[in-house]
Structures are given as structure tokens and as C-alpha cells.
Design a protein around this ligand. Structure first.
Ligand code: SF4
Ligand code: SF4
Length: 375
């Protein structure tokens, strides 16, 4: 039976760096697991250019996942070329912003990175550095201020900044102060539940759930409580949905499928072509597996994944491609532009728009794959 789906995503996730200088206790990059599985390295500008040139349908790329994008010293060239080609770049999974060159600080504004999420779990260096080991709170805030200065200089609203605050027991009391600082720095504020024990390290677990809910405004205080209350996992299905709509590619071209996978791959996109690998037999088989239509297979990374095992044990499968996150009725023009206009047309429109106004926004992507993978 032919199970092929032949889908052509406009939005992809292409890792700019799997290296990170910090040593956050629950992070598989810091423990060396990610490097062992998919290597430690950086996306080269030459590979990025080739990927963009060969894939005119791709018009949005998320650059961050398991590492720190600012350690990639070719980032300014990557940003410049993407802007010329009408490809929107995002850093929504997160950056720690501890080591950023002046050139990169200017480039993210000048070449219009769309969105930058900064991982800052505290409102003082003392609290911040309990989890962000080797990081320095004052340096991070100074870098945010520099970005804001460049935004003023270029009269740009981009990149949109977000303060991501992963909630632990040790930092709950600084949530409110952080929220006020974020406001002063013109950043959206996003309190987030921690990984918990997903990677075997339940660092600083919550002891007072009510205090967390009160300070964060969230209806739950842990991923476990989320599951008990809503009967579904916090992000599992959103992550698996990337296999259909926003596939994750490693810095060296390995197709990883989703942002969680760091132990296997589905082929080499740089060598064999993106659409070929994306619509290849292995990726298609994995989609069928996640829908419960095919049994696990040793060469498919999902077979050993905790999310897949959970679907198996609960007999609760993916229904297919995830639904769009934008309400059709309320945001029809944005929905139409995002989902129905082909990527190559979007890129042409964006290139044309640059002729008239370099920094005006034609369109703000409201729903780029925000899975919240990373602590
Ligand atoms: S959580 Fe982020 S900042 Fe911390 S070590 Fe991992 S990649 Fe680096
Ligand atoms: S089952 Fe695991 S590896 Fe497979 S797509 Fe889902 S999260 Fe990724």
C-alpha cells in the first residue's frame, strides 16, 4: 500500500548551533547527550544559502533548538541572505544571550530577525545563575538593552522580544519582579513550566503549587498537573506535529523530524534534497506510526521515544497533521496569508516589499512552531 503523503512545508526548523556555553542542569546539550547523538557544530552559511536557493517554497525558518545561535559566527551572513531572499528567520525556542558579538546584535535588527525569545529565569544574578550555570544575568540584560538601542536607531519593531521564565522552586519569588523588568525592556513575558524529570533531572521541583499559580497566572504549576487537569500532555502532540508541518533539520543537514529527537535521523537533507527526504519512506512511515497505523520499526527514531511509548500505552494517537493555531474567522487575512499563499509567492512579495520599506512589517507570523522544547 502506498502511504506517501507528499507535503511541502513552508516553515522549517534548521538548527544554527548545537553548541552551548552554559551548563543548565536538566539540559541534554549541557550533559553531552545531544553532542553524542547528533554532533556539536554550527550551520555553515554556504549550506544555508544552498538550502534557501534550492527550496523556494520555504519562507520561514526557526534557527534555535538545542544550542545557542549566537555562538555561530556566521549568523550575520545567514540573516543578511535570508532577508535578501524574503525568508523570515525566528529564534523562538530560545537564546541565552550571554555571549553576543556587537556585529550580531546589530545584524538581528538590521536584517530583521522576526522573533527572539530570551531564556531568563530570575530577576537577579543570584537567582538566575542557580539554573543558568556559567551565565550572567547582568550581561544578558545589557545585551537586551543594546538590542533595544539598535531597534531605536533603525526605527524597527523587530525582533519582537520575549522574556521566557522557566519556573522552578528557587525562582518563584522573582516572577513578579521579572515581569515588571520585561515590561520596562519592551519584552513579552512568558512564564513556562519546566521539563520536570523528562531527562532524569527534576531540578528544583515545585513545593508550593499555589504560590506558582498565583505568581505566574498559570492554571497549573507543573506538567504533571497539566496532564491530570486536561487529560493530555503539555506539548507532546505539538512536537510530533512538526513531522508534518515544521520539520527539524540539524545543522549538518540531518533530518531529525521534530525538535525533541537527538538520537536518530531520517536522512541527509543537504545531500539528498529537502523535499525528497521530507517525503521519503522513513518520514512517511514515522507519520503512520504516530497515527497508530504501522508498528514501531528499529530504524525509526520515534520507536524509542517516550512520547511514542506514551501514545502506545494509552492507545491515544496523533490524528494527522496538527490544526492551525490561528482562528480562521477572527484572523482570516493572516490565516489566508500564512496557510494558503504558497511559500515561493510569499518570498517574492517580501523581496518586493523591501524595495519600498526596509523595516516595515508586512506580516507578523502569529503561530510559528512554538513547542517550548527547551528549558
Ligand atoms: S538549556 Fe539552553 S542555555 Fe541551558 S545549557 Fe541547554 S541550550 Fe544552553
Ligand atoms: S514520537 Fe518523539 S521522536 Fe517521534 S516525532 Fe514525536 S517527539 Fe519526535
Amino acid at each position: 500500500m502506498n502511504l506517501r503523503t507528499n507535503v511541502f512545508p513552508q516553515h522549517v526548523r534548521l538548527e544554527a548551533s548545537t553548541a552551548c556555553q552554559l551548563r543548565c542542569p536538566s539540559c541534554p546539550t549541557a550533559s553531552g547527550e545531544v553532542g553524542k547523538g547528533i554532533g556539536t557544530g554550527f550551520l555553515r552559511f554556504s549550506e544555508f544559502k544552498k538550502f534557501v536557493d534550492e527550496n523556494p517554497r520555504v519562507c520561514d525558518i526557526e534557527l534555535s533548538n538545542y544550542g545557542e545561535i549566537f555562538l555561530n559566527n556566521e549568523l550575520p551572513h545567514i540573516l543578511e541572505y535570508a532577508q535578501k531572499q524574503g525568508v523570515y528567520l525566528h529564534c523562538e525556542n530560545g537564546a541565552n544571550l550571554n555571549n553576543v558579538s556587537e556585529e550580531a546584535l546589530e545584524a538581528i535588527v538590521r536584517y530583521q530577525l522576526r522573533y527572539l525569545s530570551c531564556s531568563i529565569d530570575g530577576a537577579s544574578n543570584e537567582i538566575y545563575s542557580i539554573y543558568r550555570k556559567r551565565g550572567n544575568f547582568d550581561t544578558v540584560i545589557a545585551n537586551v538593552r543594546k538590542i533595544n538601542e539598535w531597534k531605536k536607531k533603525y526605527r524597527s519593531s523587530l525582533p519582537k522580544l520575549r522574556w521566557q521564565f522557566v519556573i522552578f522552586d528557587h525562582n518563584v519569588h522573582e516572577l513578579e519582579k521579572a515581569r515588571l523588568m520585561a515590561e520596562e525592556l519592551d519584552m513579552a513575558f512568558f512564564p513556562k513550566l519546566s521539563w520536570g524529570d523528562l531527562f532524569g533531572t527534576d531540578f528544583s521541583p515545585i513545593t508550593n503549587p499555589e504560590a506558582v499559580k498565583k505568581a505566574s497566572g498559570l492554571p497549573v504549576a507543573s506538567r504533571q498537573e497539566f496532564k491530570e487537569k486536561y487529560g493530555r500532555d503539555y506539548v507532546a502532540k505539538a512536537i510530533c506535529g512538526q513531522l508534518w508541518k515544521t520539520p527539524q533539520i540539524n545543522f549538518d543537514g540531518k533530518m531529525l523530524g521534530c525538535c525533541l529527537n537527538h538520537w536518530g535521523d531520517f536522512g541527509d537533507v543537504f545531500a539528498d534534497g529537502f523535499e525528497e527526504v521530507f517525503n521519503g519512506e522513513k518520514m512517511d512511515y514515522a507519520r503512520q506510526m504516530l497515527m497508530g497505523k504501522s508498528p514501531p520499526r528499529a530504524d525509526i527514531p520515534c520507536s524509542t521515544c517516550s512520547h511514542y511509548k506514551q501514545y502506545q500505552s494509552e492507545n491515544d494517537w496523533m490524528a494527522g497533521p496538527p490544526p492551525d493555531t490561528v482562528s480562521r474567522r477572527r484572523e482570516y487575512p493572516a490565516h489566508f496569508y500564512k496557510n494558503l499563499v504558497p511559500g515561493n509567492i510569499k518570498r517574492r512579495i517580501r523581496r518586493l516589499s523591501r524595495l519600498f520599506s526596509r523595516h516595515n512589517l508586512m506580516y507578523t507570523n502569529p503561530g510559528a512552531a512554538r513547542c517550548g522544547c527547551r528549558n
